[in-house]
Design a protein around this ligand. Sequence first.
Ligand code: SF4
Length: 511
Amino acid sequence: MTRARAGTAAAAAAGALRRSGSSAGRGRKRTSPRGGAPAPTPAPPLARHHFSDLAEVEALRKNLLAWYDRCKRDLPWRALAATEPDADRRGYAVWVSEIMLQQTQVATVIDYYNRWMQKWPTLQALAQASLEEVNELWAGLGYYSRGKRLQEAARKVVSELGGHMPRTAEALQKLLPGVGRYTAGAIASISYGQATGVVDGNVIRVLCRLRCIGADSSSPAVIDRLWDMANALVDRSRPGDFNQALMELGATVCVPKAPLCGECPVKQHCRARCRVEKELAFASQKLFGKPAPVPDVENCVGDCPLCPPATEPWDSSLGVTNFPRKAAKKQPRAMRTATCVLERRGCRGGPEYLIVQRPSSGLLAGLWEFPSLQLAQDLQEKKEREVLADHLQAWMGQPVAAKGLRFIGEVIHIFSHIHQTYVVYSLPLDGDVTLDPASPSRWVTEEEFHASAVSTAMKKVLKAHEKQHRKETSPGKGSKRKRGAKPQGAGSTCPGTQLSLHAFLRAPTAP
Ligand code: SF4
């Protein structure tokens, strides 16, 4: 529907309401004031949620693409997609970017992407990498299973598909593990020019605003409708650019909290904005005591599955950000984990830390961490210390004194579904330990720690430990020992020396 036609229909609807004497009611059903038959329906249900006018669709495509050509960000994967002549390499380059961009900001991804493509410029190179290398490069990017799945899928392409990327969204989704509908659509449209739409968080926001979709945007009914809309809207001659433009609009202009509607290239097609303008006009007329026109852009009549629920009607203070709406987010689960920074003096005088590898499945699979133990929620501090000592003891096979564990502090890290509190302890060692060969573990310098496949949470833990150490060793703070200095009674841990477990277990005096 063009703007003019929308205006006409809306005006007719408003006229009908005025004739019936109704105010700007927002109820789902309107009846005449005389209690007679329901008032005339202003528009067919759902019509305002569609792009049914081809001329409008064409105009929207044109405006959006012209804006994208002028304003798009210069991003490394876009350059590769535009210039790489080899179709498999092109598909791979887009695929890597799409996986990295899931749940992660563009600014964060750029450096990871450049390093990744430098290290593994082809599917074949990635297929030959070890999971340890992949985890190392991915460290800090979060959602670590993404890197692992990407590598597994690359191996599949090389071993089962002759090294050739599938060329359509359907085949990509079907054949590549970890590639869902969105990623498949993005690769196929951007790399291979398939006219297929994409729906991600940015697209959801833009489409919901363009068409006043206020029902729960994570519900299957709404998501299905948005996919239909994205597939109908995508430009047939420049599908990849169109999809990127829609996402770019959501990322830079139609942002969640304060959208820049004045700068928006598709504002003339936006029904959320239209509604805001009508509401403002309505309010100003009312202020000056003029007969108030009835806002003509309202919820559909009847049980529209795309309108906001009657329990959460339009809120004028929110403006266009009334859309989209999401069901209340599930609160993240609270978890407490005791973790112990085991530190020794390395042969070059600097500190070394003991890290152990997590299991190959589950949260942070295959990453390295300080020895850690999940705690029950209601444990007392004394008890936490004891269970951590018991854990270390079971791992070492020898007693560890709970009082020897030095409390550093608590470190909070929020995973997508877990509110994790790390209760951090440290245990300075005066010698090496005989490590259990069944549990992957190793000593690392600070530099090696940061280059290892460790999570951001563990980096925070080390930072807390270092901060505490600086505090203790700063002048006038009753320094116990200098960083890197030989602890009391410490032995050298140069390569080749393997001190006794007994030395490890000789816990220092508690502070
Ligand atoms: Fe988003 Fe505003 Fe543009 Fe509508 S006009 S699409 S709300 S930025």
